[in-house]
Design a protein around this ligand. Structure first.
Ligand code: ADP
Ligand code: MG
Length: 278
């Protein structure tokens, strides 16, 4: 069995032209089947890291590994990367460009030179996965923001990546839109896609992710989400808010209602079930 991460940045460093270093010595590994939340405040380097991971930017130091092998930035290497790792950028208007949803979603698979029938099957599957099959012929400029977000994700899903990388996918969505998106991501995950999400929403990360990676000025810390987001010093250094659930657990512990080493509730629903045992 291949236990190396699907994709991995090792000792990665990057700076934009004439700017200070954005990332230095970053180790970031995406393990197959684990949902990973990349957390950091605005400007901490989340987008930069995701672009390094998906090949849009190239490391100035360190390297990018795919299945344990260094990525070569020639045509063959980049195709191998693109068919494994797909990035969905934060603003769907930076991603969508074709006249209709169906045309946009078909662009990636067509560019791979796949037969027309295969392209059609992939487009149908991706639209279905994102719950937007009815929008196939709709002009992209007539879609709502949430629909445009889902169309952009469908374009990535149509590439059948093993790793789907989403930059702030819930930003700008209303609560209902967020729930719909999380349901979609849950189904993709069940279908075997590994999902990486950048966010500054610690409550969302705690609820959704298996693992977290937190960007702070002292570097990147990675680990199981509950442990990492219970580390107040780390959250302060990263200038992230404490998750709601962590504050709730502190109150419960202070009142002797939760053992010091017991995990606290992750959501309000869990707290409700737990506080009122069946
Ligand atoms: N195209 C760019 N040119 C120059 N500096 C940039 C560019 N994009 C981002 N930066 C800078 O890099 C840093 C990290 O930005 P970014 O990766 O977008 O962080 P985040 O996604 O966490 O908000 C910020 O200081 C930002 O101003
Ligand atoms: Mg960003």
């Amino acid at each position: 069995m291949n236990t190396s991460p699907v994709v991995e940045l090792a000792g990665a460093g990057f700076a934009y032209a004439e700017g200070p270093p954005v990332l230095r010595g970053v180790d970031f590994a995406v393990a197959a089947g684990r949902s990973l939340a990349l957390l950091g405040r605005n400007g901490s380097g989340k987008t930069t890291l995701m672009r390094l991971l998906s090949g849009g930017l190239r490391c100035a130091e360190g390297r990018l590994l795919l299945d344990g092998e260094p990525v070569t930035y020639d045509r063959k290497g980049l195709t191998r990367l693109r068919t494994t790792v797909q990035l969905v950028v934060q603003d769907p208007d930076d991603q969508l460009f074709a006249a209709s949803v169906g045309q946009d979603v078909s662009f990636g698979p067509m560019n791979l030179g796949l037969p027309e029938q295969e392209v059609r099957a992939r487009v149908a599957e991706a639209l279905e996965a994102l719950d937007i099959a009815a929008l196939e012929d709709r002009p992209t400029h007539l879609l709502s923001y949430g629909q445009r977000k889902r169309a952009a994700i469908a374009g990535a899903v149509a590439m059948r990546p093993r790793v789907l990388v989403l930059d702030e996918p819930t930003a700008g969505l209303d609560p209902h839109g967020q729930e719909r998106l999380l349901a979609v991501l849950g189904r993709l995950r069940e279908g075997g896609t590994t999902v990486v999400m950048a966010t500054h929403d610690v409550d969302l990360a705690l609820r959704w992710a298996d693992d977290a990676a937190v960007l702070s000025p002292s570097g990147l810390r990675t680990g199981p989400v509950a442990g990492l987001l219970a580390d107040g010093e780390l959250l302060d250094a990263a200038r992230l808010r404490r998750p709601w659930a962590m504050a709730a657990a502190e109150v419960l512990r202070a009142h002797g209602l939760l053992a010091a080493d017991a995990p606290g509730p992750r959501t309000a629903e869990e707290l409700g079930r737990w506080a009122v045992p069946a």
